[in-house]
Design a protein around this ligand. Structure first.
Ligand code: BGC
Length: 815
């Protein structure tokens, strides 16, 4: 290995020496949305990047090239099992190789500072130790497959409001103990080959130019030797970014690096050695992933093939958290009739939106999953109950559409069938059509209504549109964007029209969109859709139908969810309540059937005002493509619900300790300092709905003993805690043993270590858990070092931060 490293570095140096200043600078700028230029003269292939983190989308933002969709990062963290995260990484490397991707833009290591954070679903936890452990294992898995992982967004990108410009004001202590900590762990344990600099500023300096954090801490102190890539469009200043530690500016072709950087070197504003070092980092990355001829890659042999569908199902099973199970309503026994209720029971939210989006080959809904496992004696009745979608769904049923791509003078450049009226092209247009060549996109065809009445049509998008139905022009104007420039792509605004139509009478439909390309953003980028909703959907009748179904069934299973409009990338949440009438639906179903099981299909915490009135609550997160199958496995008791909360769930949203995600005068002060999540909840007089670490299974556990053996040296670890638990129930089970640490000057508990064990009924399981010294340490701002603040500590071991069963008193190594 050491020799390989030396050989690789030698090839890197040779390649570097063969590049002049202009070529080096060209290497540091994207050539398009997702790749760097190839340089055949030095044997360098074009390095290709792709999002992350639940799948590998590849360079096409479209369903034509499907990707395995694993459960969301919150779900992966809910397994509390780094070995699963590592296997997820290995599968993603396999997907990346299949799609010729060298660099996966994941994992997201930012923290759940506030439950209102819009990308909460894409981060792991409110706890830096759990985030670091899952993140390090994920990176290890990806890189074992020969693909570079790119932990992001370095650092303090914990909310989305004004994310391009927000200046996060945070103390050095909170920065080190919370926000930098997972990155530090991942760099130390998994040595990522790349890392992404965030959009935001930290204490007045934008992250792509942050010399103190990128050069002094990440590289000099932690020893990171990979390449730092900007978040997309985050590099804004040539000199600032180059001297501040950034290596790669993405995307291209317009870039602050490339020839602009070469000019800055010639003008004496950037030292030539800085560019040399930047190019070295990028060539090293290329060499590691096998994209530089002659350099031995980090992984020479392709690992054995993994079954992606099976792993997606296993991860989804393992991530499901059972919050409540009154009278052991779960697992479901032999039943005559089950009522399955909820719009997302049929059309689940399998994954979160934004750059994390992938297009899975199929999605198993709860309805599909239950149908597949129930025997013929059990009747399954389905009712929508409440449809929380505020956006009109894309036109599909009854529509026969195609899309035409037109160039100058309306010359037809390409034409394709359009089974669902959504256009989503980013990075490239179909048929090899170049940016600037595409002038109009026309969605055209027919619609044959099933029902007579006022149908709603909707244009979701920005720019000039013309919509005609039959010979009536409904709209001919421009829709103007507001707010976050990427919101036009991620959350296009919707314009609605009502059209009276008769059942069975076909009408022609045409939606013409005129393409506008910004000269400063010459990127292929089109997203719009034509929505359709049937007339006369009476929300009250939907609820009544569901209540009747529940009343006549042995068990009612209600699936509730957030929508992409309230939980996604590029904006924060304004409320923790479930959208639409879903709370009312659950309350009324529970009143009709005491055996009501609620399945919560969200990426992050929601309020559950009915929690005490239902028999059981299961969290599935955004469970990925096999979510419905995994849910059925857990409902029927074929799999244990062994997930545990990676973040605290408030009962009322005003109780949550951190709610401020909106900058004032451009700055967001992390006034709570080190008190986020359960660290903060422990100082409040009110309790959350469910604590960090909580989750029950289908068996019961006795915590028998926890014995500490100090480490004689005590440098990295304080010692080892040997914990013994016994399965006292009558089913095999899996338990997540959690150890927290507290001491006299800091009575609040902090997670110190954890381990997952399995045992048969009546059996004991024993595990030796190393207690890292860092769990006891604090960052001392005066000396800028880690210190041990006390001589005696308590290790509290149990089932959640609030439910510990054993206390072990220990002495610090310096005592
Ligand atoms: C996101 C990144 C993502 C990038 C490329 C950005 O808007 O913040 O997480 O990797 O886009 O899609």
């Amino acid at each position: 290995m050491a020799n390989h490293r030396a050989d690789r570095e030698a090839v890197v140096e040779k390649a570097l020496a063969a590049l002049d200043l202009d070529a080096r600078c060209r290497l540091l700028a994207g050539q398009d949305m997702w790749s760097l230029p190839a340089m055949p003269e030095i044997g360098l292939k074009s390095l290709v990047m792709s999002d992350g983190p639940i799948g590998v989308r590849g360079v096409h933002w479209s369903p034509e090239d499907p990707s395995i969709a694993l459960p969301s990062p919150t779900a992966l963290a809910a397994t509390w099992d780094p070995t699963l995260a590592r296997r997820a990484g290995q599968l993603l490397a396999q997907e990346a190789r299949r799609k010729s991707v060298h660099m996966l833009l994941a994992p997201t290591l930012n923290l759940h500072r506030s439950p209102l954070g819009g990308r909460h679903f894409e981060c792991y936890s409110e706890d830096p130790l759990l985030t670091g452990a899952i993140g390090a294992a994920y990176v290890t898995g990806v890189q074992e497959g020969g693909v570079a992982a790119t932990p992001k967004h370095f650092v303090a990108n914990d909310s989305e409001t004004d994310r391009f410009t927000v200046d996060v004001r945070v103390s050095q202590r909170a920065l080190h103990e919370l926000y930098l900590a997972p990155f530090e762990t991942v760099v130390a344990q998994a040595e990522p080959w790349a890392l992404m600099a965030a959009y935001n500023s930290v204490n007045g300096v934008t992250m792509t130019e942050h010399n103190a954090l990128q050069n002094e801490i990440l590289r000099a102190r932690w020893g990171f030797d990979g390449a730092i890539v900007s978040d997309w469009t985050a590099a804004r200043n040539t000199v600032g970014a180059a001297v501040g530690g950034l290596d790669l500016a993405m995307p291209g072709p317009q870039s602050v690096f490339g020839h602009t950087l070469a000019e800055a070197v010639r003008a004496g504003q950037v030292p030539a050695e800085t560019v040399e070092q930047m190019a070295r980092h990028v060539l090293r990355l290329a060499a590691r992933v096998g994209a530089l001829a002659g350099a031995p890659p980090e992984v020479a042999t392709v690992p054995a093939t993994i079954n992606g569908d099976a792993l997606a199902r296993e991860l989804a099973q393992r991530s499901i958290v059972l919050l409540r199970n009154e009278s052991s309503v779960l697992p479901l026994g032999k039943l005559r009739r089950i009522a399955l209720i909820g719009q997302t029971a049929d059309q689940p939210r399998a994954l979160g939106g934004g750059s994390a989006q992938v297009f899975p080959p199929h999605t198993v809904s709860p309805l599909d999953g239950l149908r597949a496992v129930l025997d013929t004696d059990t009747e399954l009745v389905y009712a929508v109950g409440a449809d929380p979608r505020v956006k009109i769904p894309a036109a599909k049923e009854g529509f026969d559409l195609r899309v035409q791509l037109c160039g100058a003078g309306d010359r037809l450049l390409g034409e394709h069938p359009l089974p669902e009226a959504t256009i989503e092209w980013i990075g490239e247009f179909p048929d090899g059509i170049g940016v600037g060549e595409l002038h109009r996109v026309v969605v055209t065809g027919t619609f044959t209504p099933r029902a007579t009445g006022a149908h709603t049509l909707a244009i979701a998008g920005i720019g000039p549109f013309r919509l005609t139905v039959g010979d009536v022009t409904c709209f001919d104007d421009a829709i103007v964007p507001e707010g976050d420039p990427l919101a036009a792509f991620l959350r296009p605004p919707e314009t609605l029209f009502e059209v009276e139509l008769a059942a069975g009478q076909q009408v022609s439909i045409s939606l013409t969109h005129t393409v506008t390309t910004l000269p400063e953003m010459p990127i292929a980028f089109e997203k719009f859709s034509l929505g359709h909703q049937e007339p006369n959907i009476d929300p009250e009748a939907l609820i009544e139908e569901a209540v009747a179904a529940a009343a006549s069934a042995d068990v009612a299973v209600v699936v509730v969810a957030t929508t992409p409009e309230v939980e996604s990338e590029s904006f924060d949440r304004t409320s923790l309540s479930l959208p639409g009438r879903q709370d009312e639906l659950v309350a009324r179903v529970a009143a009709a059937n005491p055996r009501t099981v609620v399945v919560v299909n969200t990426g992050s915490p929601v309020r559950m005002p009915w929690a005490e009135d239902v028999a059981a609550i299961l969290l599935t997160w955004f469970p990925g493509q096999e979510g419905g199958a995994a849910l059925a496995d857990v409902l029927m008791g074929r799999a244990e619900p062994s997930g545990r909360l990676p973040t605290t769930w408030p009962a009322h949203e005003d109780d949550a300790p951190v709610l401020n995600v909106t900058p004032t005068d451009g700055a967001l002060a992390y006034e709570e300092d080190v008190y986020i999540g359960y660290r903060a909840w422990q100082r409040l007089s009110i309790a959350p709905a469910y604590w960090f670490g909580h989750g029950i299974g289908y068996t019961t556990w006795e915590y028998e003993s926890a014995v500490f053996a100090p480490d004689p040296v005590g440098i990295g670890v304080l010692g080892t805690l040997t914990v013994r638990v016994r399965n006292t129930g009558d089913r095999p089970g899996r338990e997540t043993i959690q150890t927290y640490i507290a001491h006299s000057s800091r009575p609040e508990r902090r997670l110190a270590a954890f381990a997952v064990v399995e045992a048969e009924p009546g059996e004991a399981a024993e595990v030796a858990i190393p207690i890292p010294r860092r769990a006891a340490e604090s960052w001392d701002e005066a000396t800028e070092t880690w210190v041990l603040p006390a001589t005696a500590y308590d290790l509290l071991t149990g089932r959640s931060v609030a439910d510990t069963r054993l206390t072990t008193a220990i002495r610090g190594p310096h005592a």
